[in-house]
Design a protein around this ligand. Structure first.
Ligand SMILES: CC(C)(COP(=O)(O)OP(=O)(O)OC[C@H]1O[C@@H](n2cnc3c(N)ncnc32)[C@H](O)[C@@H]1OP(=O)(O)O)[C@@H](O)C(=O)NCCC(=O)NCCS
Length: 135
């Protein structure tokens, strides 16, 4: 039987702090507060059996010549988690939110040397120009 996976929005620094083992470094309270309260910024956390196991950050932007778009800033999951499909579920949830907000697309950067990251984004439908084309 597969483990229970739940995606929740992090709307307060305490919740983000509880998932900081997933990030590149510790989550500082003032930085979390600034990120979570900034218009268009959102963080989703994936919980497996109630334990934070993955995250995704999105930043909604509206360039004057393009309209509303969602930038998928970063995603990752905990190394200790055996269950796969976590990051795909996070991307799908972010895409649904972007659609609800009227975004025309999701775009995302990936470091040039991050081949696994690029392969993951390709598997979720991303094009080479960084657009995920999910909206
Ligand atoms: C990349 C990462 C987010 C994938 O997380 P995950 O939960 O294992 O991914 P999923 O299980 O949801 O995989 C979704 C799809 O991507 C593919 N995929 C995942 N990791 C992959 C890898 N390392 N190489 C190739 N394909 C990969 C899976 O095969 C799957 O495709 P499928 O359903 O057609 O089989 C995770 O390995 C990670 O945290 N990496 C370090 C951070 C990073 O590179 N983030 C992305 C750039 S910000």
């Amino acid at each position: 039987m597969s483990a229970h996976l739940e995606i929740r929005r992090s709307d307060r620094p305490r919740r983000t702090r509880g998932a900081e083992h997933l990030f590149d470094g510790p989550a500082r309270h003032e930085w979390s507060l600034r990120f979570l309260s900034a218009p268009g910024h959102l963080m989703l956390l994936a919980y497996v059996e109630g334990v934070p196991a993955g995250f995704i950050t999105g930043i909604e932007d509206a360039p004057p010549d393009k309209g509303s778009e969602m930038c998928l800033y970063e995603t990752g999951r905990g190394r200790a988690v055996p269950q796969t499909g976590i990051a795909r579920e996070l991307v799908s949830t972010l895409a649904a939110i972007a659609r609800d907000r009227g975004c025309y697309d999701i775009v995302g950067p990936v470091d040039a040397d991050n081949n696994p990251g690029a392969a993951f984004y390709r598997a979720t439908g991303a094009r080479a120009d960084g657009a995920l084309s999910r909206c």
